[in-house]
Design a binder for this molecule. Sequence first.
Ligand code: AMP
Ligand code: ZN
Length: 113
Amino acid sequence: MAECLFCRIIAGDIPAEKVYEDEEIFAFKDIAPKAPLHVLVVPKKHIAGLEELEEGDVPLMGRIQLALRDIARDQGVADSGYRVILNCGRDAGQVVFHIHYHLLGGGQGLNLD
Ligand code: AMP
Ligand code: ZN
């Protein structure tokens, strides 16, 4: 989707600090980190959010779980611990409507409200 911020980041039209990429998945540093490590992990396929998820997306979303685990290991927070968040809709504070997981780790930064 040309007007979607994360589709444009995936396409390379908007710069981002990439930490992981494969055929289906892209991950990059959050521009306004809420923890010492704050990575966004997204499918390359444009899916607006959890409400739009379809049965056929199940394998993709499963592989994203494994990518989250691998990125946590690569970034050095697997042992100390990390949090994975998926904001869904307005009340959760979702502002970018391309489904994404927040991967947060690193010391005191996990004491989130
Ligand atoms: P959400 O509130 O769950 O929709 O999260 C959107 C996230 O995208 C926020 O944590 C923003 O800081 C982050 N964000 C917005 N624009 C960019 C960008 N250009 N590069 C990286 N992260 C961004
Ligand atoms: Zn998109």
